[in-house]
Write a protein that binds this ligand. Sequence first.
Ligand code: CO
Length: 134
Amino acid sequence: MIGRLNHVAIAVPDLDAGIALYRDTLGAKVNEPQDEPDHGVTVVFIELPNTKIELLHPLGDNSPITGFLEKNPSGGIHHICYEVDDILAARDKLQASGARVLGGGEPKIGAHGKPVLFLHPKDFTGTLIELEQV
Ligand code: CO
């Protein structure tokens, strides 16, 4: 059901430091930061030959990243994103198997303009999983 790894998202307490680390120290192609007010984050996409890294930084007062950074002050892997062909079919199959789909199970438009869903980390070996329909 799942296809390619679309991205790994890393929450960072200092966006400029994260950008400098990936661009200057690691020598990756780093894009301009994008504010995503609907998701409460500023996102920076880093393009690798086989996948992407997303740096996430809190935006606004109710960011879902704020609590994560309180628990992980130096930052950390926040979620990984797998591609699926049909997000509603994937959701129905997962829910039928007992997995919890966050946010009421209705896909939202994610940072790439495509429908996404998040799966409860307790049902997936402690990892928050994003599914993106491609
Ligand atoms: Co993501």
